[in-house]
Design a protein around this ligand. Sequence first.
Ligand code: HEM
Length: 358
Amino acid sequence: AVAIFKGLGSGHDLAFSGRPTDLYVVKKISYDLNNISFAPYAITELLSSKRVQSFRTIREEEIAAIVNHIDIASSSSAPYGSRGDGGTSRFYRVLHEIPLLLEEFVVSDYLLWMWWVNKLNGMETRVEKNFKELDKLYDEVIADHEDIVDVLLQLQKDARQLITLNNQQIKGVLMDMFIAGTDTTSSALVWTFIELIRNPPLMEKVKYEVRKVGNGRDKIEESDIPKLHYLHSVIKETLRLHPPVLLLVPRETTKNCAIEYYEIPAKTRVIINAKSIGTDPKYLENPHEFRPDIFMTSSVDFKGQHLEFLPFGVGQRGCPGTSFAIMLLHLTVANFLNRFDWELPKGMSVEDKFQTKG
Ligand code: HEM
């Protein structure tokens, strides 16, 4: 494991850039490897910083809508999950239906994936059923094409683009967006609030920073984000302690390679444990404590140069959605802190242990 870890960061990026593709579930969800995460090579073009920037207005509008929704829900008895517009917008529908289908689809097959078993009685039928429903929904999304689909359709038509896409590939990329982009970002958001709520002095510190920059405005904008230094550290610390993709995404070596005393053959399955690396006592005292301040005086970042902190992976196969996710997280947390005070439900104290199953 140590050799592989070193291999990723020491000029063996290419040898470690494959993904295992011989799994039934992987083939299915990737539209026969017509997506980014299981494509045999890395694709970075679609989520470049410029493109992320171009979605700024949509991000700001959607976050404002969520904040208003929480406002309405908390000040009236509006049922949780309803929205001012009656919840009928396509965006709202897509955001709700796709994760539900994916949950059934991915979570039920997660064990299958992890244990690398290709077939299990009855499992294929369920995968097929969920896949058909998702596929139908993606057809509708493409027909109505909004936002990211517009960009993908432009790429499909524009002969000058390096990448040309057919409908199958567009569906593969949409699958990527929802699998790789939704649960990960929401897990980081939830953990940020759990940690802040159970550490009230830290909550006060970050809230003070956000509200100072907000200066009485009801909205924090993207242009405010670079001024929120402590918030940056809070998000980093959450990703260190609770990396949403605990074991990253499996890799497979593309050729034989030698690292130190180890010979690593081609097609070796590579799993990296980001949580163990981020909480290794070799790098940090009391590594399981939530202490955003450690990042205030450190240059350690998640961009892949610091192998002790790898929530987004590393190298050419590292997460292409990093800037997208980071901007969304900062903007959401900042606006939630600007508009609301967050605390534990009545009757619960910080000392209460979180109940875990089993
Ligand atoms: C906090 C949020 C996120 C985390 C922690 C995260 C983490 C990761 C990790 C660990 C990998 C595997 C990297 C490796 O093998 O080295 C990955 C891959 C990927 N992520 Fe993310 N991700 C997040 C959000 C997103 C978002 C928002 C998108 C899209 C909009 C996205 C799209 C992808 C794609 C397409 C891949 C596959 C890349 C490839 O195989 O070439 N991710 N992500």
